[in-house]
Design a protein around this ligand. Structure first.
Ligand SMILES: Nc1ncnc2c1ncn2[C@@H]1O[C@H](COP(=O)(O)OP(=O)(O)OP(=O)(O)O)[C@@H](O)[C@H]1O
Length: 218
């Protein structure tokens, strides 16, 4: 079969429809080094499949930055509240980083599922380890890898959001994450974001690919 350019423009078609009828509503966990392009890829997915996919809202004890809206960027809470939520087992994962807590609550996942959406979680390495330890949680894991550390460094420089020191720290952490990603089965798929278009299509196909295989077995 040959495709005309208009068919290629809309490929793959009907992902929303496939996902809506799809029984596997497991949350999708997207991880990868800082600067690899997670936000860019997730943004494109959400733009295209806003009826089906939705990001979760994390809790944090850090101060809001200018323009960050409470309950949209994060649920901004104080340390005492955060620690009380930890005691009540409210988080699927949490971390203490640079003097502040960050965590993903069970509730934020449930909120999206209640709206019929498949939650997309952007989570770093220690969070994934916590989720994997909890056998009651069943999620799908994708790791976005840079083509090389050099390419990652260039992206971080080009993005212009980080100091030289911060880029250095992020690159050190990237090495650790890329080593961990090599552990067989740690992630369900590793997508190398060399070319953004190609990486996006691979991600989109993986997100819907489970749907196709589930339908195939019906
Ligand atoms: N394939 C690519 N080739 C070149 N540049 C890219 C590619 N993918 C993303 N970028 C650029 O790399 C930069 C980092 O992307 P992005 O902010 O999405 O990364 P991130 O993984 O979400 O980072 P962080 O975890 O720090 O938020 C952005 O400027 C983005 O436009």
């Amino acid at each position: 079969m040959t495709f005309g350019s208009s068919e290629l423009d809309t490929y793959p078609t009907d992902l929303d429809l496939i996902l809506e009828s799809y029984q596997d509503r497991r949350p999708i966990v997207i991880s990868g080094p800082s600067g690899v392009g997670k936000g860019t890829l997730i943004g494109r997915l959400l733009e295209r499949y806003s009826d089906t996919l939705a990001t979760t809202v994390s809790h944090t004890t850090r101060q809001p930055r200018p323009g960050e809206v409470n309950h949209e960027a994060y649920h901004f809470i104080c340390t005492q509240e955060f620690e009380s939520l930890i005691e009540n087992n409210a988080f699927v994962e949490y971390t203490f980083f640079s003097g502040n807590y960050y965590g993903t609550s069970r509730q934020t996942i449930k909120d999206q599922q209640a709206k019929g959406k498949i939650p997309i979680l952007e989570i770093e390495m220690s969070g994934i380890t916590q989720i994997k330890k909890n056998k009651a949680l069943d999620m799908r894991f994708v790791f976005i890898s840079p083509p090389s550390l050099q390419a990652l460094e260039e992206r971080l420089h080009k993005r212009g959001t980080e100091s030289a020191k911060s880029i250095e720290r992020r690159l050190e952490q990237a090495k650790v994450e890329m080593e961990q990603a090599k552990i067989p089965g740690f992630h369900d798929i590793i997508i190398v974001n060399k070319n953004l278009e190609e990486a996006y299509i691979e991600l989109e196909e993986w997100v819907s690919g489970g749907a196709e295989s589930a339908l195939a077995t019906c």
